[in-house]
Design a protein around this ligand. Structure first.
Ligand code: ZN
Length: 146
């Protein structure tokens, strides 16, 4: 059974080395996501892992251009960019899920999330991708709304 490797995650990050303060998060995430993947039993393709502050701002600037994110008086406002994303702590990854297969599977196997210490965005709200993280959201819910 193929594992999700550190290299694979780094390839889907905007840095090639995770900052030292997030190393422990990175290693813990890698172990947990592979436990998840073993239970799921099928390949999983990462699409977005670690995001630096500048990458997060760039993503939201792009959303603003497409009018998916509010401007203030027509000007992009970096202070409105959510900087609490767990992607920025090397503890969250998005996986391609074009047919919602991972999402449907987890909804039928919710009990594994507290066992593994993992948290997912409600897959009914993330069409085409699947977000999983190893740090609890503010709500503490294992399935939470993005
Ligand atoms: Zn995500």
């Amino acid at each position: 059974m193929y594992k999700i490797t550190a290299t694979e995650l780094l390839d889907k990050s905007d840095v090639k080395q995770i900052p030292a303060i997030f190393h422990d998060n990175f290693l813990e995430f890698l172990v947990k996501v592979n436990q998840f993947r073993m239970l799921f039993g099928k390949p999983m393709s990462p699409t977005s892992f670690f995001r630096s502050q500048s990458k997060q701002i760039a993503i939201y600037k792009n959303k603003a251009k497409k009018k998916e994110f509010p401007f203030t008086d027509g000007v992009f406002d970096a202070s409105k960019v959510p900087m609490g994303s767990v992607h920025m702590k090397a503890a969250a990854c998005d996986f391609a899920d074009p047919h919602g297969e991972i999402g449907k599977w987890i909804m039928a196997h919710k009990n594994i999330l507290p066992k593994l210490g993992l948290y997912v965005e409600n897959p009914t709200k993330t069409k085409g991708w699947f977000h999983i993280q190893s740090i609890a959201p503010a709500s503490g819910n294992h399935i939470f709304n993005p």
